[in-house]
Design a binder for this molecule. Sequence first.
Ligand code: NAP
Length: 260
Amino acid sequence: MDLKIKNRHALLTGASKGLGRACAERFAEAGARVTLVARDERALRATCDEIGTRYNVRADWIVADTAKPEDRAAVLAKCPDPDILVLSSGWPKGAMQATPWDPAAWQGALESMLLGQAQMLSTVGEGMARRGFGRMVVVTSRLIKEPEFELALPAAARMGLSAYIKALSNHLARHNVTVNSILPGIFDTETQKANTARLVAEQGLTEAEVVAKRAVFTPAGRFGTPEEFSALCAYLCSADAGFMTGQALTLDGGAHSGVL
Ligand SMILES: NC(=O)c1ccc[n+]([C@@H]2O[C@H](COP(=O)([O-])OP(=O)(O)OC[C@H]3O[C@@H](n4cnc5c(N)ncnc54)[C@H](OP(=O)(O)O)[C@@H]3O)[C@@H](O)[C@H]2O)c1
């Protein structure tokens, strides 16, 4: 599929690894220039070098922690006018327990999973609207449809973000600027490898047993791949997807049990 984004500029957060990196590869393959954001400079540089060389496009990097307002401001100053924005960073450092009441944990969840994204979408969206083209995608989680108490903080923050995305999409749609979110189920990335390792240690099972136990809740019977994720994101960011906006798209191998 021709995404028709050759020579467009894509800014992606959380892009040195996992879902964000897979999306960056799709854009680069389509001839777009990419700017990648993450915290660890070494991994970020290595990813940029690989993408730039493999797809023969310009690939820049910005070291930043998107949970920090000053870092977000620096990213927006260095890359103020992208045509495509994909926000895939989000999980805060430290505890996120819902009880006992912990204002710092709530603030951490809101900063890294709501305020940061809202700031970047709002700021970048204004320029996109002036230029008459923009595609924005935010990675949230399937959890917002079926919140678990243990993950109540990220679910609450991301649900608030989803409401903002919908409202912003209405505001920007007439300018050929779209805003959508993707709600992943379980995808085989480093985050999930770390989760699996933790469960192996906690439950005394083998890695294969833990993976099988978790995959059984997904009708597809397996974890998703970053390439399957980036295929959807690439469509949402393609030039031809201008009528597709304000949607929260679940991508989970059928795990969500409801119709909506
Ligand atoms: N994989 C899944 O099953 C799954 C399911 C539901 C939701 N999600 C969501 O999808 C998003 C991407 O997850 P993933 O599975 O792709 O994770 P991943 O493979 O661990 O990659 C995360 C990427 O984000 C960067 N990052 C993390 N925190 C950051 C921060 N505060 N500022 C800037 N960059 C940051 C990481 O690099 P540095 O560490 O160097 O910063 C890395 O490049 C996350 O928001 C996650 O909650 C994933």
